[in-house]
Design a protein around this ligand. Sequence first.
Ligand code: CA
Length: 227
Amino acid sequence: MKKVLVLEDESSIRSFIVINLRRAGYEVVEAETGEEALEKLEHHRDTRVALLDVMLPGIDGFEVCRRIRAGNSRIGIIMLTARAQEMDKVTGLMTGADDYVTKPFSPAELTARVDALMRRSGGSESSEGEIQQDPFLLNTRNRTLEKNGERIKLTQVEYAIIKMFMENPGKALSREEILDMVWGRDYFGELKIVDVNIRRLRLKIEDNPTNPTYITTVWGYGYKWGF
Ligand code: CA
């Protein structure tokens, strides 16, 4: 079942989202506060994507995101941010969200984002086994990454990015290509999401994230796996 959690305190916006997601074939769990969302996720462990509003009466959306991620790296998380909260987008992604949608958004935009994350969390599309590139070992069967034998916890999007890099070692990939490969061709988000996800990934995998040697920047173009 394709289950989505919607956390939004404004009932008119929440109904708008819920109606449109149901129309798109999703089963929807609703929550009005962060506390309620966390509680409902406990009972709906098969939820694959969570939409989290940032501004809420109790704990805010970032905190909810942080708490979800503490116990679940698989679920896809999309933050709902208000226009002009540019910093919020980055903060949200750094706390572990995969994507953000800026209000006001169209139903088509929203479902496209949810569809993209659903595909990511849909389990392994291949079972070729392992990709070994010292010090990394990527297991494509159980979708895990190890560095020097130690497991690194990744979100679905981070996993997809690493897999893409390890399948294209030494090749400069443009941000557009990365967006297409990881988020899908029909995704219409901003290129910035590529940069923020890579920034977060570097914090997890690089020896020195401020001087990355595994995911290197190709200035004015994109990124490259390797040196
Ligand atoms: Ca709100």
